[in-house]
Design a protein around this ligand. Structure first.
Ligand code: SF4
Length: 250
């Protein structure tokens, strides 16, 4: 038996090979084809992660057109806007999503690291780590592929995204990676999708309440996140090693 065959026989999942294979098949496909391809490949080991934010209705609507049974993981950090949770409930009902799971931080982590709920005022990286990164890592156990709504036009580290990438032993699926902002807006209009209520109040990218600000017409969508800090990502899209490095800097 070859080493590769032995690894497969032992149930080892080779994320890098899987990402390469899927990208060779669906690297230039539509978002629905990307999701359908991922679902066929991973089966029940595929989930979608959604913040139920400003543009989340697009990916959720496309996913629902493929299957309403795909697990949708929602990180309820304990610091979200009430509007976001009501939007989650509305979209879940409107789209008929059957498996939306709200994930909370570990109570022991909150008690030991953020007993007053004010960690975000002194250490946003650690706050994101215990409220987002760790809970997601925990809930992703057993999943081999997971999708999110990141797009190249959002800039920064996202500007080189492909439809499939390997990270920390899983395949991250980015069905909207190649879409422009106009594609997203057109899809919302064409399908008459509901908007997160805070979009009308000037919020373009919506995360936790303490770390989300309105943006002006001349700013990019994510500039209201962690305003005034060099931080641009919460950490769920960094590798575990990168998160460890970020935390060690503080
Ligand atoms: S976005 Fe802000 S409040 Fe939310 S987990 Fe990160 S630091 Fe904490």
């Amino acid at each position: 038996m070859t080493a590769q065959a032995a690894l497969q026989d032992a149930g080892y999942f080779d994320a890098l090979s899987a990402a390469d294979l899927l990208d060779s098949r669906y690297g230039a496909s539509s978002p629905a084809q990307v999701i359908d391809g991922a679902l066929k490949y991973f089966g029940r080991r595929f989930a979608l992660v959604s913040s139920f934010g400003a543009e989340s209705a697009v990916l959720l609507h496309i996913a629902a057109s493929v299957s309403k049974d795909i697990p949708v993981l929602f990180l309820d950090t304990g610091k979200l806007f009430g509007e976001t949770k009501r939007f989650r409930d509305q979209l879940t009902a409107d789209l008929g999503l059957k498996d939306v799971r709200s994930i909370s931080p570990d109570q022991n982590d909150l008690s030991s690291s953020d007993p007053k709920g004010a960690l975000w005022t002194t250490d946003t990286n650690k706050c994101c780590f215990i409220r987002k990164v760790k809970p997601l890592e925990h809930v992703l156990y057993g999943f081999e592929g997971w999708a999110s709504g990141r797009k190249r036009f959002q800039g920064g580290v996202r500007s080189l995204l492909s439809h499939f990438e390997a990270a920390d032993g899983r395949v991250k699926v980015n069905p909207l990676a190649l879409w422009s902002k106009a594609d997203v807006q057109d899809y919302i209009s064409d399908h008459n999708l509901p908007r997160h209520p805070l979009v009308a109040e000037g919020f373009a990218s919506i995360g936790c309440m303490p770390c989300t600000d309105r943006v002006t017409d001349t700013e990019d969508d994510r500039s209201g996140r962690w305003r005034g800090q060099s931080k641009t990502e919460c950490g769920i899209h960094l590798s575990f090693a990168e998160n460890t490095r970020v935390l060690a800097k503080n």
